[in-house]
Design a binder for this molecule. Structure first.
Ligand code: MN
Length: 410
């Protein structure tokens, strides 16, 4: 198969940096778009890490699914080496050649692949996004989804979990077909029929990719936009399968043969509330950056609800909480470690700090803060002792008799 590709990416008019990355590797015939997300430089690092791992894996002859799974591991591994990158993630949509007349798309996240065949554009990939899941379930109309405030929430991405579910789409192609890979910056800003019209009217792949990115910017450029346009110049239906094909077509066959899960089955397996909770959790994990941007107005940078710690009071005791004061999107803080310190032992300054939720961030930071509290308490005790003033006994710790013993649930 002979392919010709063009690609373009742009930061857009609103964002300060471009978290999209893309791959055009004509030698190994692999094309990919990654749209990163995460605080600090996390989004950029995640998408670049995924793209680089993908490129190396494909160049080493790995099938696309394994290459994407490897890219997921690479993003997680990269995040573990730098605390500032914790929780970063990325989408990844990949195009490779499966055989003489078949392309294969591997996909995770809300970037997209389209095919233009006979002048008509068809979307290949499903978005792994909250609103699109709601549309698929009939709980939102496509029109409502378009303007939904949570349309940026991704339910599947690389970098979040050690296992990743990869969608594979085999596409039979003919000469003259055109494939578009793009980040959501394009599809949220430009209507599908305008994308289609542009793909139909501009014959040059590179120029078409540039025009698509321009169109997103003309419509407001609210996100980073990336587009890869791949033209199928020549196919060979009689050519033997590409080296990657045996394993790849095996997985494809499995996917094609297993029907999409019956929504009713899913509902039976997971109660609606649980499903929503899991989505919200994904939202928190992935879209902390958004939460942070909103939260910044009210109180600075918070870590992930799941990965953050702070020092506060519980039952008049100084404890280390796991979570964020007040909770974030359903994640309420939980007591991770209780100390022997009580509120009456603390001086006013320490007391106020703890009452307000102190030392927000890492566990070690919280532990260090507790150590300083202990030192302050010890210093106060020493002073009191040396002045021979009778030491005021700390108020007895509150009785727990008000706590109703938990009944075994039935
Ligand atoms: Mn995006």
């Amino acid at each position: 198969m002979k392919l010709v590709a063009g690609a373009a990416t742009d930061t857009g008019l609103v964002r300060s940096n471009n978290e999209d990355s893309y791959l055009v590797d004509a030698d190994h015939v692999v094309y990919a778009i990654a749209d990163g997300m995460g605080g600090h430089r996390g989004g950029e690092v995640a998408s670049q890490t995924a793209i680089e791992a993908l490129r190396a894996a494909i160049a080493a002859g790995q099938p696309v699914r394994e290459a994407i799974v490897g890219a997921n591991a690479a993003v997680i591994e990269r995040a573990q080496r730098n605390e500032e990158l914790t929780g970063m993630g990325t989408t990844l949509t990949v195009l490779v050649v499966a055989s003489g007349n078949q392309l294969l798309i591997g996909h995770v996240g809300d970037s997209r692949a389209y095919v233009l065949h006979g002048g008509a554009m068809r979307r290949v990939t499903e978005d792994h996004s909250l609103v699109e899941e709601l549309v698929r379930e009939g709980r939102l109309t496509p029109e409502q989804a378009e303007s939904h405030p949570q349309r940026a929430i991704v339910t599947r991405a690389l970098g979040i979990d050690t296992t990743v579910d990869v969608d594979l789409y085999p596409i039979a192609v003919a000469a003259g077909d055109r494939v578009l890979l793009c980040s959501d910056g394009l599809t949220t800003m430009v209507r599908g029929r305008d994308v289609e019209r542009l793909l139909r009217s501009e014959p040059d792949a590179q120029r078409a990719a540039e025009l698509l990115v321009d169109a997103a910017n003309r419509a407001g450029g609210e996100d980073n936009t990336s587009a890869i346009v791949v033209d199928v110049v020549e196919v060979d239906a009689t050519a033997p399968a590409a080296p990657a094909a045996p394993a790849a077509s095996g997985t494809v066959a499995r996917r094609v043969m297993s029907p999409a899960p019956d929504p009713d089955d899913v509902r039976r397996l997971v109660p609606a509330r649980g499903r929503w909770g899991r989505r919200v959790r994904s939202a928190v994990l992935l879209f902390l950056p958004l939460v942070v941007v909103l939260g910044a107005a009210t109180g600075g940078v918070a870590w992930y609800a799941r990965r953050s710690y702070y020092v506060g009071f519980a039952n008049h005791r100084v404890v280390i909480y796991k979570g964020v004061p007040g909770g974030v999107l359903g994640w309420n803080p939980t007591v991770d470690l209780s100390t022997e310190l009580t509120d009456t032992q603390l001086n006013q300054v320490d007391h106020d700090r703890v009452a307000g939720g102190a030392a927000r961030g890492s566990l070690s930071g919280a532990q260090t803060f507790v150590a300083t509290l202990r030192a302050d308490v010890a210093a106060t005790s020493t002073t009191t002792t040396t002045t021979t003033t009778p030491r005021k006994k700390p108020k007895p710790k509150p009785r727990t008799t008000t706590t109703r013993p938990r009944q075994p649930s039935r």
